[in-house]
Design a protein around this ligand. Structure first.
Ligand SMILES: NC(=O)c1ccc[n+]([C@@H]2O[C@H](COP(=O)([O-])OP(=O)(O)OC[C@H]3O[C@@H](n4cnc5c(N)ncnc54)[C@H](OP(=O)(O)O)[C@@H]3O)[C@@H](O)[C@H]2O)c1
Length: 288
């Protein structure tokens, strides 16, 4: 089994490396060989560079695309760069995969949904992003599927692992502040990069190509998540709850985010089983 992992130094790329080293890894990976790549070794938005990489190092059986431009606010001001990484990147990888029948596992986001309706979104719900990040990621989903029929698009949300993320930011703020103000009217699914990585390895082996939702179970607001972080970590920092409208007034440059982008792991449930555990359980393990 020959694998290529892009975005190898990102949160998910690192978690994938750990998951593949785990003794519980699915049998199919027991004898794998992987190329782990990152910027500047390969910029996935450069078609010729991707083709040259596959020509020199391929063929691969599977490609895990963990590379992305993930700064949601930055996507508003740097949309061409975001589009290149999040839309053209997966298109280039999918085309290179299709040339020798490789499977592409491409990771996407809950922010492809507008979040106007309460409840959970399944893979059958119609996306309609409200931010530059969401638009660039939705374009990437479509382009990847169009270029390679053996594509799994896996949407996740509110990811934390080994890297810059909300959980680490809030832990850091508690060291220097007695209180923090956090949005309370956006609901989603905090998700452990470690849990997602394990599921990606199972999804990659499935022939049920298409879109998958994969988040830890349960829904909360950013303020609820912050309170949980401080409770579990035993930190005495007050959480003041504010609305998205208040946040926008305080941070006018920030991107709009969906109010309800909670995902239901329906494709997993209907096929290989949903192994994702409740978000609070995963968070407790992370904070330990
Ligand atoms: N983080 C979240 O909350 C979240 C939520 C939903 C979905 N997702 C999705 O989950 C996936 C993994 O996210 P993550 O949190 O692991 O992201 P991350 O930690 O930001 O890692 C992304 C990696 O991709 C690299 N990269 C950026 N542009 C690239 C390019 N053009 N070519 C090659 N590599 C490039 C980045 O390198 P540099 O650091 O050098 O730029 C970084 O190492 C992404 O598809 C993301 O959209 C994330």
């Amino acid at each position: 089994m020959r694998l290529l992992v892009t975005g190898a130094n990102g949160q998910l790329g690192r978690a994938l490396k750990e998951a593949l080293a785990d003794k519980d890894v699915p049998q199919a990976y027991s004898d794998y060989d992987a190329d782990w790549i990152e910027l500047p070794d390969l910029d996935i938005s450069e078609a010729r560079a991707v083709d040259a990489w596959f020509g020199a190092h391929g063929p691969y059986d599977m490609v895990f695309n963990c590379a992305a431009f993930t700064n949601v606010d930055g996507c508003e001001t740097q949309f061409p760069t975001a589009f290149a990484a999040n839309a053209l990147g997966p298109m280039n990888l999918a085309r290179a995969c299709a040339a020798n029948g490789a499977t592409l596992v491409h990771v996407s986001t809950d922010y492809v949904f507008p979040g106007t309706e309460p409840g959970e979104r399944t893979e059958k719900d119609v996306p309609a992003p409200i931010s530059g990040y969401g638009r660039s990621k939705l374009a990437g989903e479509g382009l990847a599927c169009a270029m390679n029929p053996r594509t799994h698009v896996v949407r996740t949300a509110w990811l934390y692992g080994d890297g810059k993320n909300f959980v680490r930011t809030m832990l850091g703020l508690a060291k220097t502040h007695d209180e923090v103000t956090v949005v309370d009217d956006q609901l989603g699914n905090p998700t452990s990069a470690r849990d997602l990585a394990r599921e990606l390895l199972r999804i990659a082996l499935s022939d049920s190509f298409g879109v998958w939702h994969c988040t830890n179970e349960g829904t909360c607001s950013w303020a609820d998540l912050t309170q949980a972080i401080y409770d579990i970590a035993g930190l005495d920092c007050k959480v003041n709850r504010c609305s998205s409208a208040d946040w926008k007034r305080m941070n006018p440059q920030s991107a709009d985010r969906p109010a309800y982008s909670s995902l239901k792991n329906a494709h997993l449930e209907a096929t290989i089983g949903n192994h994702m555990r409740p978000w609070r359980e995963a968070l407790e393990e992370y904070l330990q």
